[in-house]
Design a protein around this ligand. Structure first.
Ligand SMILES: O=P(O)(O)OC[C@H]1O[C@](O)(COP(=O)(O)O)[C@@H](O)[C@@H]1O
Ligand SMILES: [Mg+2]
Ligand SMILES: [Mg+2]
Length: 337
C-alpha cells in the first residue's frame, strides 16, 4: 500500500528537503488550511447550523454579506492572528487591513483572502470556496515599523504562496508556493488534507469556455469576437465546436480549468465603464492567476499579465481572462491588435 502524504508532510518536505519555503510560511499555510477545515464544517452544516441566508450587512464593495461570508472571515482572522507568522491581513469582507494586535507575536507575512467565494451559490448547495494569497511585508523600515495598507499594494508576481479551498462534493485545497501546483483532498475521517495530485498541468488548448453569457450585450468588441467565434463552432473560423460552463463561483470554474483545461473570463463591460471589472485583483485574480501560470496556463486582463499589474488600492477590481494558454493568448491578441 502506498503511504498517503498529508499537507503537513508535503509542506515539511518543501521546507526541509527542497528548501523552497521558510518554516514560518509553512506554519502559516497550515493555519490557513486548518481554518478552511473549520469553514468546511460550517458549509456542510448548511440549514442544520443556522449558517445560511443574509447577514443583514453590506461589505465595502456594497455587496450584501451572507452569514457564511462573515463566519468564514471571522474563522480566518481568529485562526491566524495569534500564530506569530503574520503582520496583517486583508479581506474582501473588511474595508481596511487587519493589523495583528500587539498582544500577539508579530510576523513578516501579509495574508489576503476572499473568505467565501461564490456567495450566490451558498443556499443552492453549489460549490463555493476560500481564496488566499500570501505576500511578504516589505522591508521599508524594519520589523518594528507599523504595517500599512500601502504594504499590501504589491504585484501578484511577489506572492510567496497562493491557493484556494473548494467546498464541493469533496473539500479540496489547491496550493502553490512557486514550484508547480499541488492538490490535497480533505479526509474527513482522519481530519487531514491528503496529497491527491501533484504538478497539475492545464492543457494549452481547449474547447470549453466559461463566461456569464447574460452580459453579452455589454461586452467590448474583442470579447464578443472571441465568443462569437466559439459559438460558430465547426462552421466558424475556429473549425471546432465549443462547450460552455459557468458555475458562478470563480473557485469552481478555476478548479475545473486546472483539472481539464478551459478558459474563464470576467471581462470589463459597459454597465459600469469606470469599473475595470467585477473580480478583485488582490484576493481573487492574483492568487488564481499565479496558480494558473504555475500549471502552465496564462492570466491577463486582456492587455497585461495579471501578475504584473501594480495595485492602486486594496479592493482594486480587474478584468480577468485565464486558463488554457493558447486561448488566453488568442483573446489577449484580440485586445491588443
Ligand atoms: O453572478 P455573476 O455575475 O455571474 O458573477 C459570478 C462571479 O462573482 C463571484 O461570485 C464573486 O465572488 P464573491 O462571491 O466572493 O463576491 C465569482 O466567484 C464568480 O465568478
Ligand atoms: Mg469571490
Ligand atoms: Mg467572497
Amino acid at each position: 500500500m502506498t503511504q498517503s502524504i498529508s499537507l503537513t508532510r508535503y509542506l515539511v518536505e518543501q521546507q526541509r528537503v527542497h528548501g523552497r519555503i521558510p518554516p514560518e510560511l509553512r506554519l502559516l499555510i497550515e493555519v490557513v488550511a486548518r481554518a478552511c477545515k473549520r469553514i468546511s464544517i460550517s458549509v456542510n452544516q448548511g440549514a442544520l447550523g443556522d449558517v445560511l441566508g443574509a447577514a443583514g450587512t453590506d461589505n465595502v464593495q456594497g455587496e450584501a454579506q451572507k452569514k457564511l461570508d462573515v463566519i468564514a472571515n471571522e474563522v480566518l482572522i481568529e485562526a491566524n492572528e495569534w500564530g506569530g507568522h503574520l503582520a496583517a491581513m486583508a479581506s474582501e469582507e473588511m474595508e481596511g487591513i487587519y493589523v495583528v494586535p500587539n498582544r500577539y507575536p508579530q510576523g513578516e507575512y501579509l495574508l489576503l483572502f476572499d473568505p467565501l467565494d461564490g456567495s450566490s451559490n451558498i443556499e443552492v448547495n453549489v460549490s463555493i470556496g476560500t481564496i488566499f494569497s500570501v505576500l511578504r511585508k516589505p522591508e521599508n523600515g524594519g520589523a518594528e515599523t507599523a504595517v500599512e495598507e500601502q504594504d499590501f499594494l504589491q504585484c501578484g508576481s511577489r506572492q510567496v504562496a497562493a491557493g484556494y479551498c473548494i467546498y464541493g462534493p469533496q473539500t479540496t485545497m489547491v496550493l502553490t508556493v512557486g514550484d508547480g501546483v499541488a492538490m490535497f483532498t480533505l479526509d474527513r475521517e482522519q481530519g487531514s488534507f491528503v496529497l491527491t495530485q501533484e504538478n497539475i498541468r492545464i492543457p494549452a488548448d481547449t474547447k470549453e469556455f466559461a463566461i456569464n453569457m447574460s452580459n453579452l450585450r455589454h461586452w467590448d468588441a474583442p470579447v464578443r469576437r472571441y465568443i462569437d467565434e466559439c459559438l460558430a463552432g465547426r462552421d466558424g473560423p475556429r473549425g471546432k465546436d465549443f462547450n460552455m460552463r459557468w458555475v458562478a463561483s470563480m473557485v469552481a470554474d478555476v478548479h475545473r480549468i486546472l483539472m481539464r483545461g478551459g478558459i474563464f473570463m470576467y471581462p470589463w463591460d459597459k454597465r459600469e465603464p469606470e469599473k475595470p471589472g467585477k473580480l478583485r485583483l488582490m484576493y481573487e485574480a492574483n492568487p488564481m492567476g499565479w496558480l494558473v501560470e504555475q500549471a502552465g496556463g496564462a492570466a491577463t486582463d486582456g492587455r497585461r499579465r495579471i501578475l504584473d499589474i501594480q495595485p492602486g488600492k486594496l479592493h482594486e477590481r480587474v478584468s480577468v481572462i485565464l486558463g488554457s494558454r493558447n486561448e488566453v493568448d488568442r483573446v489577449t491578441s484580440y485586445h491588443t491588435k
